[in-house]
Design a protein around this ligand. Structure first.
Ligand SMILES: NC(=O)C1=CN([C@@H]2O[C@H](COP(=O)(O)OP(=O)(O)OC[C@H]3O[C@@H](n4cnc5c(N)ncnc54)[C@H](OP(=O)(O)O)[C@@H]3O)[C@@H](O)[C@H]2O)[C@H](O)CC1
Ligand SMILES: [K+]
Length: 595
């Protein structure tokens, strides 16, 4: 499908991959040659094929002219004009003066072609647009501005969707994605900055859903559009007493008033550079290079569909420096999302029917369960600066006056919090043991019960941890509940639980886990996976038809009876709260430790 690079060496691979070309230096004099290569490499028919759904039947590349715009096919005047980008050079100074007026002075060549009215047959035979690339092993479509608009048109045209419906689903997806990342307690005060178009409408809808999710949204909607759909959305928000604030009323440091900002200023119809008042609003969202968002008073920012001010296909061509923390792409990411290197990228808009997927050759990720959004892996291969990875622990505290006198009660409060906050595997704990000669080892195990007698887990009595515990019955358990910025460390001595207790728990396990315990001679070296599979198969056959599976003697529980339990609550600027409970006879004393 793609024009092979070897056949079009210095021009574009495919219509949608302008950036490859933009990055490839094209020297003066080579440009006309490049257009020839483009033609002989099949570029014209490639572009025509890729845009067949827009009624493009054929394309003829021509030499430079000054009419080019950024990659937007112009339909309607029976011509398609598209641009390819190259580094600015003297050739363009002469030949493309208009284009050089553009701040970044990208040079451009354009090609024109004839366009005929779309036919339904042509629509259904669209070839795969070239932007739909594999990214980091994940196959996802990235849309041009024209494709995004065409998908919208098809949804609202032949497929009978209304804009209200689509906007509702888009806004709900945005709110759902936000709730996945930003907890309503910690990030309750949300400022939603809405632009004049449908992107702004998505913001208004998202604000309403966030309100119902327990957030406290405020809206900044400086350029209202006089259409019934927006009046309706505003009325709905007003009825919820959601405040509307003007751009002038906003604190200069947004962090002073808000925990989170939603950028719903511009979506895929953005063009040019932001006009007032959005230009200054956008500046308030920029974290200057070399500074920390929190210190300069910028809360985390979530962009709807496009980081506002970014070129829809080419990213931050204006060099604004605006990089949201989270991007929620709608339907499919636009090409600029390839340049997004913020922390969280989600797709929302779980409404794309198969007919659209086929027509636009879309590759979309699978949505989990009933979720309205799905997280995407990073498309950015920048090396991770491990030393710079840090989050700010805000929102919780652990003070002596709040802490329970009894550490088991305190543990229950925190454990229940972790469960209700949907911490993944809240009962996962690191168990540290040490051999008799002092060699420590640690691994994750699952807590299966706790009370004043101690903390219980089950394992294989032939495992390394069991051997170490036999030789040295002292151990330490550590829980980490990241969303709550909490950790608990428990130290004490360990003993095996009674065989009745082990039996009871063993028989409460699913049959597969019971057989798993029989299969595994834990921590011993085996020849390969097939050893386990074979034993599993044999035992499943042996215990078919619901036969009772006896607990193997080599499997059972341990109980750690604590001497010390420390509760750690992450706090701002690393000034954490640490309360240590120490057993003294029948009682516990509580001491505060320096962080
Ligand atoms: N398919 C989906 O998933 C859906 C996505 N939706 C959302 O809709 C937007 C696209 O909406 P659209 O109304 O076409 O456009 P925008 O919201 O991007 O913005 C258009 C308005 O912005 C003005 N504009 C454009 N450029 C500038 C600028 N440089 N400075 C200031 N203002 C600008 C423009 O004004 P003009 O006078 O220039 O025309 C418009 O007023 C998409 O991205 C999704 O977020 C739908 O909600 C549903 C389906
Ligand atoms: K936006």
């Amino acid at each position: 499908m793609a024009t092979p690079l070897s056949r079009a060496p210095s021009l574009l691979l495919k219509w949608n991959q302008q950036l490859h070309f933009a990055r490839a230096p094209v020297r003066e004099g080579h440009f006309r040659k490049a257009i020839e290569n483009f033609r002989s490499g099949g570029g014209e028919s490639e572009v025509a094929r890729a845009h067949k759904f827009q009624g493009v039947q054929s394309v003829q590349a021509s030499s430079l002219n000054s009419r080019s715009t950024f990659a937007k096919p112009h339909l309607g005047d029976n011509r398609i004009s598209f641009s390819v980008l190259k580094d600015p050079g003297p050739l363009c100074l002469k030949r493309a003066p208009t284009f050089l007026g553009h701040k970044r002075s990208w040079a451009s060549a354009s090609a024109t072609g004839t366009v005929e009215q779309p036919s339904s047959q042509g629509n259904s035979q669209m070839a795969s647009p070239a932007s739909h690339n594999q990214v980091d092993g994940e196959s996802i479509s990235y849309l041009t501005q024209a494709e995004a608009a065409a998908i919208d048109e098809t949804l609202m045209g032949e497929l009978g969707f209304s804009i209200d419906q689509l906007m509702e689903l888009a806004g709900l997806s945005v709110a759902s994605a936000i709730a996945e990342v930003y907890d309503a307690k910690e990030y309750s005060r949300v400022l939603v900055i809405c632009g004049p178009g449908n992107n702004g409408g998505d913001g208004l809808v998202a604000a309403r859903h966030l309100y119902h999710f327990g957030y406290k949204p405020s809206i900044c909607y400086p350029k209202r559009t006089d259409k019934p759909i927006y009046h309706g959305l505003v009325t709905q928000l007003e009825s919820l007493k959601i405040p509307f604030v003007s751009a002038e009323e906003l604190p200069s440091k947004l962090k002073d008033g808000f925990d989170l900002v939603i950028d719903a200023m511009f979506g895929f119809s953005f063009h040019g550079i932001p006009r007032p008042p959005f230009d200054s609003l956008l500046r308030q969202l920029v974290v200057p290079k070399g500074t920390i968002a929190e210190e300069v008073g910028v809360p985390p920012v979530v962009s709807v569909d496009i980081p506002s001010g970014w070129h829809v296909e080419n990213g931050d061509t204006e060099g604004t420096g605006f990089v949201p923390d989270m991007l929620v792409s709608l339907t499919a990411p636009k090409l600029c999302a390839k340049m997004f290197d913020g922390a969280h990228h989600f797709i929302g808009g779980r409404f794309v029917p198969p007919v659209i997927v086929e027509k636009f050759s879309l590759r979309l990720p699978r949505y989990p369960g009933h979720s309205m959004c799905v997280r995407l892996g990073s498309t950015n291969s920048k090396p991770v600066d491990v030393a710079a990875l840090r989050i700010s622990y805000v929102g919780f505290e652990l003070l002596e006056e709040q802490a329970k006198k009894d550490p088991f009660e305190q543990f229950k409060v925190w454990f229940d919090d972790a469960v209700s906050r949907k911490v993944a595997e809240p009962n996962a704990m690191t168990l540290a043991t040490a051999s008799k000669d002092g060699q420590p080892s640690a691994r994750l195990v699952l807590l299966k019960g706790y009370d004043e007698g101690g903390f219980v887990w089950y394992t294989n009595y032939g495992s390394r941890k069991a051997a170490e515990l036999k030789a040295n019955p002292k151990a330490c358990l550590v829980f980490f509940w990241e969303p709550l910025h909490r950790s608990v460390r428990i130290e004490g001595s360990v003993e095996m639980v009674s065989s009745e207790e082990s039996d009871a728990y063993f028989h409460s396990r699913p049959k597969g886990s019971q057989i798993g315990a029989l299969v595994s001679a834990q921590s011993s070296v085996i020849a390969g996976r097939h050893v386990l599979d074979k034993a599993n198969e044999d035992l499943n056959a042996q215990y078919a038809d619901g036969k009772f599976i006896p607990r193997p003697e080599h499997w059972g529980g341990f109980r750690l009876t604590p001497e010390v339990i420390e509760f750690w609550q992450g706090r701002e600027s690393r000034l954490h709260d640490r309360l240590r409970y120490k057993r003294v006879g029948e009682d516990w004393i509580i001491e505060r430790l320096s962080p």
